[in-house]
Design a protein around this ligand. Structure first.
Ligand code: ADE
Length: 249
């Protein structure tokens, strides 16, 4: 295969998911945009069953927390075995970051999705129980990533979110890459509102400027709406955008 510059393209972005529920994959990643891209070989997905690295006869992967408290904690030896089976004990062979999906992690945003898409792939650890033993996170230089300030029952739905956000940014996945520049967060703003036919619906008309054919006015209208929306709904983003000097007011 060759990319747009005629360069040979032998790299394929690849995700390895470490999970106790490999049957959950590809799940939603097997449909729609990500699923089509998977079929086309634009990215690769494999799972590793963490339980395969349990050493005792009960195949236990977790144990009670030292210091007491509710829930169970994933054992470091078991999880390290699973990680090392992918990374050979050092940094991942293909230079992929190892990410543990956890509500305690750095919040996933568009910049992180872009950073991951620009790399070779990711090794994603999905936890269950109360968490995983801290020592394995330190010993294997694992980055913690959260998909939002709420607690899911496990890392798998978070992995779907992370991988979906990244895969759509990979070359060739979205037919019209220009769409990526306009969408929410790419410019530090939420996206402007969209309209299609019918031009008049239930007493509501499409804003006149959008049917004017005047491209500069349309661009200015969209920017103004994007700024308004961001100011109203996401003051945190708005402050950052203003600080970047890109705003008009
Ligand atoms: N696992 C449980 N909750 C999570 C969250 N909010 N983000 C990432 N992983 C999680």
């Amino acid at each position: 295969m060759a990319d747009g510059n005629g360069q040979p393209q032998n790299r394929c972005w690849s995700a390895t998911v470490l999970t106790l529920f490999p049957e959950m994959f590809p799940g939603p990643l097997g449909s729609s945009l990500a699923g089509k891209a998977l079929e086309k070989g634009l990215w690769r997905l494999e799972t590793v069953d963490i339980r395969d690295f349990a050493r005792d006869k009960h195949r236990a992967v977790d144990d009670t927390p030292f210091g007491g408290g509710p829930g169970m904690v994933m054992r470091p030896d078991v999880l390290a075995g699973a990680i090392d089976s992918v990374t050979s004990g050092g940094p991942d062979i293909e230079g992929r970051p190892v990410v543990y999906l956890s509500p305690r992690g750095r919040r996933l945003d568009q910049a992180l999705a872009r950073q991951l898409a620009d790399g070779d792939g990711v090794v994603a650890i999905c936890g269950r129980y109360e968490g995983v033993d801290q020592r394995v996170l330190e010993a294997r230089s694992v980055d913690e990533v959260s998909v939002g300030d709420y607690v899911l029952s496990g890392g798998e739905p978070a992995a779907f979110v992370l991988l979906d956000a990244v895969v759509r940014l990979l070359p060739g996945v979205i037919g019209e890459p220009a769409a990526l520049e306009e969408e929410s967060f790419s410019r530090g703003l939420l996206e402007y509102p969209h309209y299609t036919r019918p031009q008049s619906w239930q007493g509501r008309d499409v804003p006149e400027v959008l049917t004017s054919g005047h491209h500069e006015n349309i661009r200015a209208w969209r920017l103004a709406r994007a700024e308004e929306l961001t100011k109203e709904r996401r003051p945190d983003l708005w402050e950052r955008y203003r600080g970047s000097g890109k705003s008009r007011g």
